[in-house]
Structures are given as structure tokens and as C-alpha cells.
Design a protein around this ligand. Structure first.
Ligand code: GDP
Length: 377
């Protein structure tokens, strides 16, 4: 009997001991796993990938909705007014009444400093002289009216500033996207402008494909790709640096056609060192883009802060490609607003958009009345 008792006790003790052992081993294993999760590079990579995937999912789900055009006009009006030194100075001189030759010289200098250009300055001075004589007043309200009227005439509200985005028809009768070629010297804000323009189009519910035909700078294509990603716009580019820009432009149009988008917009390189090479390159891009349907818009981007330089560039590009419109960038914070008048008169091409800052939606259609009012406010 006592033997059986000892055996039972021994069994119980053994059972308890083995249970304790199992628990302690399991805890140890749990600890090990915890430790592993914190330290294993594999697991941490995996976690990183998961986070990235989640972030990617999030970014797809939360594509940016660009600001609508009317709302950006409201916001940007104040910024346009910053380029208003021209209007305000003229207003204060003209309000002196009984203007002397010195006053007129001051007016001339103000216009030239604001890059209105010689010819347009002479014309505006004549108009102002005649009108102030006829009305014979220094009443600030009347002077303001005269100046507004004459500046508006110079900016020419009759010019058609709408982007022509009429869809084309391909040879086989299928619809063809409207094509836009964007040209300009590097640094003027070309790529930024294309990104901003794509956002304007997306905000109007148009579908867009961008072509990165500036194949000499990988950074330009990367920049364009970033703009595109933010609003869900496909960017066609070449993986080979220095690839034929015309073939990228062609691929972009083809992709746009296959995906049946509304607009294909192509970015180009703007190296002015060799004018004839530039001519050849841009001519070829335009020809290739026109193969299936005519290019609707050729937009020249110029930097408002570069004055005479911008005018020289404008003339070269106008020779190279038949321009249909101008985008004037960096009009925020420059008193050189007169370049609007100068460039339009020189090229007989309308300013269609103005860049008013570095923000993604700091681009607005150019409205002559708003521009002149901003100069005078
Ligand atoms: P690209 O070489 O012609 O393609 O020029 P980018 O698009 O790279 O722009 C050159 C610089 O100009 C960038 O720093 C832009 O943020 C800046 N930029 C472009 N447009 C505007 C604008 O309207 N206002 C201001 N203040 N900066 C601008």
C-alpha cells in the first residue's frame, strides 16, 4: 500500500514539474519571438513594405482634388495685385493734374521699367495725353477710369484666350485627344506649368496623359511624374536618358489615343545654346505629334521676371513653332507686369495663363479685366 502511495505522489510531482517546464518553455519562446520581431531585419523590412503598401493604397485612395478655377481666381487676385506698382504709380502721377513734361517723362520711365516695351509705351502715352487733355481733369476717379480704359485697350480683351481642346479625329475615324505642346527655356517654369495645367484640366474633369519629351534631364521627367501621380495622370517617359524626344512625344499621343483621354500635353527641353538644333528638335516633335491629328496648342512658357531676355526667347520660339498661346510665369512678386502687353504685341499671340506662385494650384487663366484692376487696386 505505502508503495502505491509513493508511486501516486511521484506521478503527481512529475506531472506538475513537466507542466511547469512546458509553460516556462512557451514563455521563453514568446519572448524570443518578441525579441525577433524587434530585431530581425527581415521582419522589419517586411513591416516597412507593409507600411509602404498601405501608404500607397492610401495615396491612390486620396488622390488630390485640384482647386477649381473660379476659387483659385479669388485666391490669386491679391497676388496679382502685388505686380501692381505700374498701375499705382501711373495713377498717382496722372492725378497731379496739369501735367508737365517732367511728369510725362516719369510716366514713360514707369512704363519702360515695367517692361511695357518702347512701342507700346509710346502708344499708351499718346492715348493718355489725348484723353487727359480732352477730359481736362485731375479727379482721381476720372483719371483711374481713363487709365483703366487705356490699359485694357493695350492688353486687348478681344484676343481669344481659351485653350483649344477640341478633340480630333484619327485617320480611322476614332476620336483623337486634343494635343498640347509646351515649349520654353529651361528654368522658366515649364515643367511646373505643365503640372499645374494638368491639375486645371483634372479639376474640370478632363482626362489627361503627359509626355516627358525633355529626355536630356531625368530630373525633369521625375518632376513631371510626381505632378502626374498626385492627380492620377499617366506620364509617358523614356527610361533612356537622351532618348529621341520626338519618339517620346509620339508614344504619349499614342497612349492618349489608346486610353481615349481628352488631352495629351507634351513637355520639351529648352536649350537655347544651339538655335538650329532646337528648331529641328521642336519641329520634329510637332510633326510627329501631328501625324494623326493637328496639334491644337503650342504654348510658350516665359518667366515674367527676366524682362528683355524673355522677349528675346519669345521671338526665337515664335520663329520655331507656330505659337498659339503664352503662359507668363512668376508674375507674383514682380513689378514687371507690363511684359503682358509687350509680348502679346510683339508676337500677336495671347497670354492665356499666368503663374502666380510655386503652389500646385497657383496658375490662373489670364483675364485682362482682372489683370488691369489688380494693377490699379
Ligand atoms: P523648367 O526648367 O522650365 O521646367 O522650370 P521648372 O518647372 O523646373 O521651374 C523652375 C522654378 O520656377 C521652380 O523652382 C518653380 O517652383 C518656379 N516657378 C514656376 N512657376 C512659378 C510661378 O508662377 N511663380 C513662382 N514664384 N515660381 C515659379
Amino acid at each position: 500500500m505505502p508503495d502505491i502511495q509513493y508511486i501516486i505522489i511521484a506521478i503527481v510531482v512529475l506531472a506538475l514539474a513537466s507542466t511547469a517546464l512546458v509553460f516556462s518553455t512557451r514563455r521563453k519562446r514568446d519572448d524570443t519571438i518578441e525579441l525577433d520581431e524587434k530585431t530581425s531585419p527581415y521582419i522589419s523590412d517586411r513591416v516597412g513594405e507593409e507600411e509602404e503598401a498601405e501608404a500607397e493604397e492610401g495615396s491612390v485612395a486620396t488622390l488630390e482634388r485640384p482647386e477649381s478655377v473660379p476659387s483659385r481666381m479669388e485666391r490669386l487676385r491679391a497676388r496679382l495685385a502685388r505686380s501692381g506698382a505700374l498701375g499705382k504709380t501711373l495713377l498717382s502721377i496722372l492725378s497731379r493734374g496739369d501735367l508737365t513734361e517732367e511728369d510725362w517723362e516719369e510716366i514713360e520711365e514707369t512704363l519702360l521699367t515695367a517692361d511695357v516695351g518702347l512701342e507700346a509705351t509710346d502708344e499708351l502715352m499718346d492715348k493718355l495725353r489725348t484723353e487727359t487733355k480732352v477730359r481736362g481733369t485731375s479727379d482721381p476717379q476720372v483719371v483711374r477710369e481713363i487709365l483703366r480704359e487705356k490699359l485694357l485697350e493695350m492688353v486687348d480683351p478681344a484676343m481669344d484666350r481659351e485653350l483649344d481642346l477640341t478633340p480630333g479625329t484619327a485617320d480611322d475615324g476614332s476620336p483623337h485627344p486634343a494635343t498640347v505642346l509646351v515649349v520654353g527655356v529651361n528654368g522658366t517654369g515649364k515643367t511646373t506649368t505643365i503640372g499645374k495645367l494638368a491639375r486645371v484640366l483634372v479639376s474640370e474633369d478632363r482626362t489627361v496623359v503627359l509626355g516627358a519629351a525633355d529626355t536630356f534631364r531625368a530630373a525633369a521627367a521625375d518632376q513631371l511624374a510626381t505632378w502626374g501621380e498626385r492627380v492620377g495622370v499617366e506620364v509617358v517617359r523614356s527610361d533612356v536618358e537622351g532618348a529621341d524626344p520626338a519618339s517620346v512625344a509620339f508614344d504619349a499621343v499614342k497612349t492618349g489615343q489608346e486610353k481615349a483621354v481628352d488631352v495629351v500635353m507634351v513637355d520639351t527641353a529648352g536649350r537655347l545654346q544651339n538655335k538650329s538644333a532646337l528648331m529641328d528638335e521642336l519641329g520634329k516633335i510637332k510633326r510627329v505629334m501631328s501625324r494623326t491629328a493637328p496639334v491644337r496648342e503650342v504654348l510658350l512658357v516665359i518667366d515674367a521676371t527676366t524682362g528683355q531676355n524673355a522677349m528675346t526667347q519669345a521671338k526665337v520660339f515664335a520663329e520655331v513653332t507656330g505659337l498659339t498661346g503664352i503662359v507668363l510665369t512668376k508674375l507674383d512678386g514682380t513689378a514687371k507686369g507690363g511684359i503682358v502687353i509687350n509680348v502679346q504685341r510683339t508676337l500677336d499671340v495671347p497670354v492665356k495663363f499666368v503663374g502666380l506662385g510655386e503652389g500646385p494650384d497657383d496658375l490662373a487663366p489670364f483675364v485682362p479685366e482682372d489683370f488691369v484692376d489688380a494693377l490699379l487696386d
